[in-house]
Write a protein that binds this ligand. Sequence first.
Ligand SMILES: NC(=O)c1ccc[n+]([C@@H]2O[C@H](COP(=O)([O-])OP(=O)(O)OC[C@H]3O[C@@H](n4cnc5c(N)ncnc54)[C@H](OP(=O)(O)O)[C@@H]3O)[C@@H](O)[C@H]2O)c1
Length: 308
Amino acid sequence: MPKKSILSTSQMEFREEQRERSSGNALSDLPAAIVTGANGGIGREITAGLLHRGFQVIMACRNPERASQVRERLIQEGRGTDLASRIRIEPLDLASCDSIQAFVSRLSTTGQPINLLINNAGATFKTFDTTTDGIERTFATNCLGPILLTERLLPLMVRTDDSVTAARIVNTISLTARYARFKGGFPDSSAHSYRRLQAYGRSKLALLIYTAQLAERTTGQNIVVNAADPGIVDTGIISMQCWYDSLADLIFRPLIRTPQKGAQAALHAASASHSGYIYSPAGARRIPNRIFHHPARETLASLWKSFL
Ligand SMILES: NC(=O)c1ccc[n+]([C@@H]2O[C@H](COP(=O)([O-])OP(=O)(O)OC[C@H]3O[C@@H](n4cnc5c(N)ncnc54)[C@H](OP(=O)(O)O)[C@@H]3O)[C@@H](O)[C@H]2O)c1
């Protein structure tokens, strides 16, 4: 069982092993991680943390220009180490099924095994909108996209009997999932009843339900599947895009977590030994049973399967 707030022995072994691997080894020997939204506030810090642990990182980002600036800064900050060869950018728009398919096809042709997938990217939208695939944009970005990406990447993930080097998947959720309800079904389909935070919370609840399902489904396959809740973190996503933003920034932002602290939940989950947990700043706790048996689980599964 993962312990609260501290790293388990196997997590420490894992870090040590990754560090040893990164010193002087060929690129192909290094474990490979994909981080979605790697140019964002928390994604950048997750990427920095993984590089420090000896991973090669694929920054899966929808805006390669923004990603490239972040990549350059990470390389500069990592003075003396050969980071440039260990970070690469791959375009990915999670709100587009075609983009997800193209991303996975590009990876498949390289034949590179993937050790770690961190589904970190996320967004909120002030007004109702649908994607070219006809799905409400919050749900498409935060839930359907990460699910399709995960399902398509599963065949590329490493298979090993060694629990320390097992493949790992981390899905980023939020506190808002706790208060979300699927009244009237999902995804949201009406501009009239659309509420930004509700849509966000529902998308994260649905992602948590999927995480529980996948953890169950992959039992005994040496794939460790968990969720990470970063807490409230000083990044762009918490801006309400309203007149009072600058006032709220002044009062509120100094009190909340830095992106570096916000990245810790995902980084701990990235070396977890057991599936089915939520990693947060308070430690690791089992995903509640009501999520494993959620009444929406079958509806959700048929929805994403219809897009595969
Ligand atoms: N900050 C918090 O308080 C908080 C709390 C709970 C959970 N979270 C979760 O933490 C994760 C990281 O968020 P953050 O706080 O670091 O926010 P952020 O700074 O706004 O970063 C979000 C990242 O997601 C990317 N993204 C958005 N839509 C995308 C799409 N369609 N395809 C690919 N990438 C997309 C963004 O790319 P662009 O640069 O192209 O926009 C950006 O890199 C999210 O899942 C968020 O829901 C955050």
